[in-house]
Ligand binder design. Structure first.
Ligand SMILES: [Zn+2]
Length: 118
């Protein structure tokens, strides 16, 4: 398997996710400042509810981005250790077309389906 190619893809993806996370941080701090400057007494309940909802969506995105970064870093470690492309659950090789789509996948499609079913 051409792990060098996957390493390049993963490093690129890591940069992309890290950049997206930085933007999320910026947006959070901006909206936070905006809200504290406002007279909160005059705010309609709906407005503050929307603001809260938007912030929750940002936090969810940020949480996903953190999980993604962890998964990418783990995949890079697997490349270093020579275990990249092997299912972490059953030890079988992960299909290349799956790695093509999700280079940081650490479960073969069978195990992934089993886990999703619970
Ligand atoms: Zn498996």
């Amino acid at each position: 398997m051409d792990t060098d190619r996957y390493r390049d893809i993963l490093l690129e993806e890591r940069t992309r996710v890290a950049t997206a996370m930085n933007h999320l941080h910026e947006n959070n701090s901006v909206s936070f400042e905006d809200e504290t400057e406002e007279e909160t007494y005059d705010n309609h309940l709906a407005d503050s509810a929307t603001a809260t909802l938007n912030r929750e969506i940002d936090y969810t995105l940020e949480e996903n981005a953190e999980h993604l970064l962890t998964a990418i870093n783990e995949a890079l470690q697997r490349i270093e250790h020579g275990t990249f492309g092997t299912c972490g659950r059953c030890g079988k090789p992960i299909a290349e077309e799956r790695l093509e789509a999700i280079p940081y996948a650490n479960r073969c499609i069978d195990c992934k389906r089993l886990e999703e079913r619970g």
